[in-house]
Design a protein. Structure first.
Length: 152
């Protein structure tokens, strides 16, 4: 395969991960694995790690397996699917844990309209402390009305 094909596989996988994240967040995290996600919706974190952080491990497993099978016996498309998942995971960490929740104080303030919209949408998601009545389950896609609403 050509390099451009591998790049397209990576970008397509990254894009599909937004849909996977939305579906997983709505139907798994706010569904049968709520007990792992519930602490994330509480007003105060009780330490550095949350039970919710297990989802990073859960999403890393397919990526690791795809890396392994993507180089055995030689480099193939599976490696680039795994790389797309990894790139999405890094983006998720930077946006969700660093920018939105400020678990790490790297980017304290931003004036960027898109990033401000992301923060507004996520704030609306967290206004619900329970698993019902949620909204904005994705990470990168933000409905346009969040760019117009004042931050509550």
């Amino acid at each position: 395969m050509h390099l451009i094909t591998y790049v397209l596989i990576l970008l397509t996988t990254f894009s599909i991960m937004e849909v996977v994240t939305w579906l997983t967040h709505k139907y798994v995290m706010h569904g049968f694995l709520w007990y792992l996600h519930e602490d994330h919706h509480q007003p105060k974190y009780q330490g550095i790690f949350e039970k919710n952080d297990w989802f990073f491990v859960i999403f890393a497993i397919p990526s690791i397996l795809l890396f392994w099978y993507g180089v055995t016996p030689e480099l193939n498309y599976l490696f680039f699917i795994g790389l797309g998942i990894l790139c999405y995971g890094i983006s998720y960490f930077l946006i969700h844990d660093v920018l939105i929740h400020q678990r790490f104080k790297w980017f304290k303030k931003t004036k960027n309209k898109y990033l401000t919209g992301l923060r507004k949408a996520h704030k609306m998601h967290h206004k619900h402390l329970g698993k019902e009545h949620g909204e904005c389950f994705g990470m990168l896609y933000v409905p346009l009305h969040y760019f117009k609403k004042p931050l509550i």
